[in-house]
Design a protein around this ligand. Structure first.
Ligand SMILES: Cc1cc2nc3c(=O)[nH]c(=O)nc-3n(C[C@H](O)[C@H](O)[C@H](O)COP(=O)(O)O)c2cc1C
Ligand code: SF4
Ligand code: SF4
Length: 256
């Protein structure tokens, strides 16, 4: 089994690791790295993808992975989206892609995790993070058992119509704005040129000279902003007085 993940701040990687641990002989693969290697095809495989939810939908880098790759004889396919609010458009988007590409959608779920969206969301207080992860563990373990047995699970859609229409508009606007996402990053004088952000960016979108510079092909994962040890990275001035989030059960070096 191949467990593909995209993760900015560790939540989705944490889930991917647990799913892989419950499935002997599985392999964990970073989606950005896989795309960088220019791989074009997956065949005769069992696949799990784990990714954060972005603006109610599938993160653009994961969408690219699903749309660009050829899938042939996929024997089992499961998707898990980690999110602050485990609800959205992603499962419907995924059902459509799977239909078009002839991929079976055996299981699909959301898992509630602490948010990393410092720009607008209220981050959890440090004391609330561990209880939130313990709660997430219960659902991860349930899904790991289902996937181990190659079972079926489709998350119930609890959305009301008003939510669906407003979420769709929000998501469409985000898709339009996404190519300019990194234009609003700022690097302040607190930067020590340590290059942690440059080394850690999953898509190689940062160059550090005296300060960090963004190159216009960001995946919007907010890892750079959340991990900078000097809090030198801001997203407009809106993030200046806010905290930062990185999954405490993951080490930055584990991610790619
Ligand atoms: C650009 C962006 C958009 C997001 N949009 C949503 C959203 O629409 N709904 C939600 O519940 N969480 C949203 N989040 C929060 C993340 O989905 C959530 O914290 C996720 O678990 C992060 O996973 P990661 O640590 O693997 O990156 C967003 C985060 C980012 C960076
Ligand atoms: S991680 Fe922060 S301090 Fe280090 S180079 Fe990047 S912006 Fe500067
Ligand atoms: S520039 Fe920052 S937000 Fe964009 S992909 Fe790299 S680490 Fe993520």
């Amino acid at each position: 089994m191949k467990v593909f993940y995209f993760s900015g701040t560790g939540n989705s990687f944490y889930v991917a690791k647990k799913i892989a641990a419950a499935n002997p002989q599985s392999e964990i693969i970073s989606i950005p790295r896989f795309l960088k290697e220019n791989k074009k095809r997956l065949e005769n495989d069992e696949i799990v993808i784990v990714s954060p939810l972005y603006f109610y939908g599938i993160a653009p880098v994961v969408l690219r992975f699903l749309e660009e790759l050829e899938f042939e004889n996929i024997r089992y396919f499961s998707a898990i989206f980690t999110a602050e609010f485990p609800n959205g458009l992603a499962i419907n988007e995924l059902k459509k892609i799977c239909r078009q590409k002839g991929i079976p959608l055996n299981s699909c779920a959301y898992i509630k995790m602490p948010t990393n969206y410092v720009i607008k969301s209220k981050l959890l207080e440090p004391a609330s993070i561990e209880p939130a992860l313990l709660l997430a563990d219960k659902k991860i373990e349930k899904l790991a058992r289902i996937i181990k047995n190659r079972g079926a699970y489709l998350e119930k859609d609890r959305r009301i119509y008003a939510f669906i229409t407003s979420a769709e508009k929000y998501h469409q606007q985000w898709q339009l704005d996404f190519p300019q996402f990194d234009a609003k990053f700022l690097c302040t004088e607190a930067c020590t040129s340590c290059k942690l952000c440059e080394k850690s960016c999953p898509v190689g979108n940062i160059t550090v000279t005296q300060q960090a510079h963004w190159e216009g092909h960001c995946a919007a994962c907010l890892r750079c902003l959340n991990i900078c040890p000097q809090k030198a990275i801001q997203y407009t001035h809106a993030t200046e007085d806010k905290g930062r989030y990185f999954n405490p059960r993951v080490r930055i070096k584990e991610l790619s």
